[in-house]
Design a protein. Sequence first.
Lengths: 204, 169
Amino acid sequence: MSTHQIVSDLTAANVGLDPSTTARLQARLVADAERAGVLDVGYRTVDSPFGPLLLAATEKGVVRVAFDIEDHDAVLVSLAHEVSPRILAAPGRLDTLARELDEYFAGTRRSFDVPVDLRLAHGFRRTVLDHLRSIAYGTTESYATVAAASGHPNAVRAVGSACSHNPVPLVVPCHRVIRSDGAIGRYLGGTEAKQTLLALEAAA
Amino acid sequence: MSAHQSSRAPFAAVVDEHGPVVMRVVRALLGPADADDAWSETFLAALEAYPRLRPDSNVRGWLVTIAHRKAIDQLRAKARRPLPADELPERGSVDALLDATPLERDPDLWGALEGLPLKQRAAVAYHHLAGMPYAEVGALIDSSESAARRAAADGIANLRKTYGTGARS
């Protein structure tokens, strides 16, 4: 028997990470990491009417919701830079939000009661997001109204920018902000998604 | 992707990329029964330390180094406690059969590998299974580069004597 044959037998035989083993070991790693307090960001994906959504949470709360068009791999890389590279797929941490999103898309839920971690939003953008959380389901406000409510009536464009950089769309309802002339305005998940959300909330 | 970016990649990507190599190594060192524990301990320790890893580090070499320490810890712990006799029947359990990799179904290769001295087993695993250069293998097993090369060669030579002497179906 050749050296090559022995090494290739060892390699083939030792791979040992079939899908079920991988799933079991990853679940154990997540549980161990949670217990040790070293899982800084957990994530999962869920289905939505707009394709898969990436949900990510720190120990403090939901830190990121990303639409498909944002490229989920790129979002995870940026979370590694901006929050922590200690990131694992940890579906359990996002079970509640996943269930509430299902209910929301089904029209049976009007608000999300999960903790939110807004560490990715700073300064005025953070102020704007704090205000957005008070815009009720099924209603809208104009960018100008939000600017005034956030203490800077002239900062209409900055409000638009805060909305387009909202790290947690849907949960913080930036889709409820539209233009003063009634036009729908831009949206992270695409104008169509915004229209769908507003129609959903108007109908429920 | 640059070395900087890959070393600060989300840890999930590190597990996906290097999980199988680490599993190969700990299985070769410890056998299948203890490999899961060593794999889990390796990645938990790596996750804890990951933010402090130097950006230009070789991630696979770093993980194999941690796996080496965890495996040595397990071997030491095992040497201190006698194997209970009632562990033996578990080898034939249904779960074990379902989980069996080709290696586990081949007592010949397991027996041969487990029969090697630790240094030879480690040198074979780190060089041939993890692709580690002999200089790094030597650093892990407290040997020079040439001694590590010799340990791997001796390990393979011993495997050739003890394993696969006949044709395999």
